[in-house]
Design a protein around this ligand. Structure first.
Ligand SMILES: C[S@@+](CC[C@H](N)C(=O)[O-])C[C@H]1O[C@@H](n2cnc3c(N)ncnc32)[C@H](O)[C@@H]1O
Length: 290
């Protein structure tokens, strides 16, 4: 990948980016986090899996902004941005894009080339206790350790850092074979899940046929939501499922201590539910999210 690289995405990935853009708000979207916090002395954005900045939709070639560019375009801007990526090429591409197109934002940006799980403290150390802060945690698979979420959630109180987290349900279930003697990735799943006993309970119930695939999916989502609640967050709405052409792919989990944050996110979910569901050829029911 080079400085002009774009991340290849499926059409469904646009849903996540749209939710992020709508939630952060700013001029183009009106309202959102940026508007709600505009009187704060400074606001902070952490993107633990930032990517190269640009995405290209696989089937159509359409180019869309990735999460860091979405956040950089929010008005009023965040005081500081922390972008992590473990892929040096993605880091290079992101830095190039910002330098080329958004030079005025560069002084607000810290790009950390490395594993966010190891280095999240470098960003947290710069987030003041009183400042509103939003973290987007967007792993591809099992790269986001639950401990990292714990550290983010414990950094400040009473208003914890708001998080929008991708819980890569489909990828994790693929690591759970029907034959439990073939379960070789338990240590990886342990790192990612909030509760090592609970995921095993769900897994066992699923392979014994006590839970259907759908019930197991719901149980995993509830487990993740309960994990966020156990960190002290006041509001964790039911996780939103994102589907690809072959079915549910991942969940988006949102956690906040602020009722305004919760309201904005519900508005975003409601606003997007019609338009996004039309992207898919199969029926989708919001009430029946997961
Ligand atoms: C799903 S992509 C992120 C996409 C990005 N948020 C966007 O909107 O375009 C995941 C990114 O995380 C990076 N990554 C994987 N493991 C990581 C880790 N442990 N720490 C930081 N970045 C990581 C990958 O190189 C990849 O660019």
């Amino acid at each position: 990948m080079n400085a002009m690289m774009a991340r290849e995405i499926g059409e469904w990935t646009k849903e996540k980016l749209e939710i992020l853009a709508e939630y952060l708000g700013g001029e183009e979207y009106g309202g959102g986090f940026a508007y709600a916090t505009k009187r704060a002395r400074g606001t902070y954005y952490i993107d633990a899996f930032a990517g190269p900045g640009k995405c290209r939709v696989r089937d159509t070639g359409e180019e869309v902004d990735g999460s860091p560019l979405i956040a950089l375009k929010v008005k009023p801007p965040f005081a500081k941005y922390f972008f992590f990526d473990s892929d040096p090429e993605a880091v290079k591409a992101l830095r190039y894009l910002i330098t080329q197109d958004m030079l005025d934002m560069l002084s607000r940006v810290t790009i950390i080339a490395g594993d966010c799980n190891d280095r999240i403290g470098e960003a947290l150390a710069q987030v003041p206790q009183t400042a509103p802060c939003f973290a987007f945690l967007d792993p591809e698979g099992a790269e986001l350790h639950w401990d990292t979420i714990v550290r983010i959630a414990q950094h400040k109180r009473p208003n914890r850092i708001e998080v929008l987290v991708l819980f890569p349900y489909d990828g994790l279930v693929r690591l759970m074979p029907r034959d439990p003697s073939k379960l070789v990735h338990a240590h990886i799943i342990d790192r990612v899940m909030p509760d090592p006993e609970e995921w095993r309970r769900i897994y066992e119930a699923r392979i014994k046929g006590v839970l259907s695939a759908r019930e197991a999916r719901r149980a995993f989502a509830d487990m993740y939501r309960n994990g966020l609640l156990s960190l002290g967050y006041q509001y964790v709405p039911p996780l939103r499922v994102v589907k690809g052409p072959r079915g549910p792919l991942y969940f988006l989990a949102f956690a906040t201590d602020h009722h305004v944050g919760l309201k904005i996110m519900y508005d975003v979910f409601n606003k997007l539910r019609e338009t996004i569901s039309q992207l898919y050829l199969f029926e989708r029911s919001y009430e029946d999210e997961y």
